[in-house]
Design a protein around this ligand. Structure first.
Ligand code: KIV
Ligand code: NA
Length: 277
């Protein structure tokens, strides 16, 4: 299938056609996503937790993100790929934000970048958009600032917090973002924002009434074992499958059941020739 563009995603919103996207961090997962017909892929800085083993996303660097985006692009050449700007790559200044956003496009051939925050990072969203780059906004539970939120906690559950998120959403659209992701907010708020904005509004843990859903591959496949957020549906248990395979292989090796005759390369000359060695 042909790679989708922002125009397709706008059209899908108009036609009430839902967008399905997942995170992917490496070549095989990206390839599986594309083969499954995923509408887009996020190379989230959640890679810090899911594939690098950090406790949070804060330690993830620009180089980490670029390298994983490159692998994902090689695995999914015909899928819309979003690179996630890691903590510290856009906070300091508009200039640094633009330079780092440009790196994602120049070095990893991504289609868009995502960054966390609303009004407090508005000048960055505007500067990157003005540079001609597709920006995806992300508000609600924003893991990079989970310290300020007091942990990985749902947002927008009271009227004041909801009002702030609505203001953020409107400002993000006005600053030039082409999509908005809501994380861990009530569906009632998601519906309000999705109807209010012209750009597509997507959910991760933000309920059904919007333009599509994102899920973290490590969560939905059962690969990430540290914890499972309430909003995750587990579609597979990859950890179980892999551990079982490793155990079977280990037992086969100890008992000399592996390799079998069909797994070896037999000599072509006579055994006598080999014995002269
Ligand atoms: O890094 C990521 O995977 C994300 C999602 C949690 C939205 O930003
Ligand atoms: Na992220």
């Amino acid at each position: 299938a042909k790679k989708k563009s922002v125009l397709d995603f706008m059209k899908m919103k108009k036609n009430d056609e839902k967008v399905a996207w997942v995170t992917a961090y490496d070549f095989p997962m990206a390839s599986f996503s594309e083969q499954a017909g995923m509408d887009m892929i996020l190379v989230g800085d959640s890679l810090g937790m899911v594939v690098l083993g950090y406790q949070g996303t804060v330690p993830v660097t620009m180089d980490d993100c670029i390298s994983h985006c490159q692998a994902v692009r090689r695995g999914a050449p015909n899928t819309f790929v979003i690179g996630d700007m890691p903590f510290g790559s856009y906070q300091a200044s508009d200039e640094e934000a633009v330079n780092n956003a440009c790196r994602f496009l120049k070095e990893a051939d991504v289609d868009a970048i995502k960054l966390e925050g609303g009004i407090r990072i508005l000048s960055k969203i505007k500067a990157i958009s003005d540079a001609g780059i597709v920006v995806v906004g992300h508000i609600g539970l924003t893991p990079q600032s989970s310290g300020q939120l007091g942990g990985f906690k749902a947002q927008g559950r009271d009227v004041n917090s909801a009002r702030e998120l609505i203001k953020d959403a409107i400002a993000i659209e006005e600053a030039g973002a082409r999509m908005l992701l809501l994380e861990a907010v009530p569906p009632e708020l998601t519906e309000f924002i999705a109807k209010k904005l012209e750009i597509p509004v997507y959910s991760i843990g933000a309920g059904l009434p919007c333009d599509g859903q994102l899920i973290i591959c490590g969560d939905m496949l059962g690969m990430f074992q540290a914890f499972t957020p309430k909003f995750v549906k587990k579609y597979a248990n990859v950890a179980e499958v892999v551990i079982k395979a490793f155990e079977e292989y280990k037992e086969d090796v100890k008992a000399e059941r592996f390799p079998e005759d069909k797994h070896v390369y037999h000599i072509k000359d006579s055994i006598e020739d080999f014995e002269k060695l």
